[in-house]
Design a protein around this ligand. Structure first.
Ligand code: FVH
Length: 280
């Protein structure tokens, strides 16, 4: 079994290292601040020792500035594959890939679509991109963590899809938090409301493939719900929120996009037209 090193023992790094240990991999760990432990793993004294211990080095730290600092402490990466599971932008991923290549290592970038508790369990997915050779060589080991999906040889591809998925998540969470705030401010029970919201959002998200078809075709004609209708309804959300003593901050960016779309003559189109307004 491949020996593996995990650098960074935050909430996610600990979960990753624990999964490798449980799967029977000889696991070496290093964390900037001493004291964070992973049962069953060897704790290296410094980055260079941690990197020297394994052909596969997984880095999961707070951001890519920290990744660069770690890589610079590694010395040579000759014969190593570095898998960077740190959140960052596509450009940052390409910069780290270049740095790793200068030091002689193979580079795979990754975006973790899971929370620590999901690692090595059902539903966990990690997106990868970069060196396909390096990914293929270590695929079986990486699959200990989650389903592994390779997104292409551009080192920035995994980060792009990671950020797109997380953008969708934050938009959805923003709506959920606003909905909870409205129900609570009106004296309702958010626990009773939560299943209603889940069912409603699930029903709406079932329309994502159809919306994607509209984006690809550029045909936003609708028999469902026009932008003009949504523009008329939108002040009701804002006004009702303000009457409840709530800030409509989450709603206003969507209202601005709708207003711009209607002003540009797209009042008869579907809400999906907003994809074009974001582009502009
Ligand atoms: N936790 C989550 O749900 C998400 C799921 C999706 C992926 N993210 C990303 O994973 C990266 C790490 O996240 P985390 O949850 O483990 O984060 P923390 O618990 O805050 O731990 C941060 C670790 O980073 C180390 N660190 C910070 N600065 C440096 C540095 N300059 N050099 C080396 N290591 C550094 C920190 O070390 P210490 O503070 O204990 O010394 C922690 O080990 C992240 O990109 C998420 O976006 C997680």
């Amino acid at each position: 079994m491949t020996s593996v090193t995990v650098i960074g023992l935050g909430l996610m790094g600990k979960a990753l290292a624990g999964a490798f240990v449980r799967a029977g991999h000889l696991t070496t760990v290093w964390n900037r601040t001493a004291g964070k432990k992973v049962e069953g793993a060897r704790h290296a004294a410094d980055v260079a020792a941690a990197v020297a211990a394994s052909p596969l080095v997984v880095v999961c730290v707070v951001n890519n500035d920290a990744v660069r600092q770690v890589v610079e402490q590694a010395g040579s990466l000759e014969g190593k594959v570095l898998v960077n599971l740190t959140n960052g932008t596509p450009s940052q991923a390409r910069e780290v890939a270049a740095l790793v290549a200068e030091l002689g290592g193979g580079y795979v970038d990754g975006g973790i679509m899971a929370v620590p508790q999901m690692i090595a369990g059902p539903g966990a997915l990690v997106l990868y991109s970069g060196s396909e050779k390096a990914f293929t060589e270590h695929r079986a080991t990486l699959e200990v963590l989650a389903e592994a999906r390779f997104m292409g040889e551009d080192a920035g591809a995994a980060a792009l899809y990671d950020l797109a998925l997380l953008s969708g998540m934050y938009g959805m969470f923003g709506g959920m938090y606003h909905a909870f705030a409205m129900v609570r401010a009106a004296g309702g029970d958010v626990r009773e409301f939560a299943p209603m919201l889940t069912a409603w959002l699930s029903a709406m998200m079932a329309g994502a493939p159809e919306a994607a078809g509209e984006v690809v075709s550029g045909d936003y004609a609708t028999e469902v719900s026009s932008l003009a209708m949504n523009q008329v309804a939108f002040p009701n959300f804002v006004e009702a929120s303000e009457e409840l003593g709530l800030r409509p901050d989450v709603l206003l960016p969507i209202q601005r996009l709708i207003d711009r779309a209607v002003a540009a003559g797209h009042g008869g189109d579907s809400l999906t037209r907003l994809v074009e307004m974001i582009k502009e």
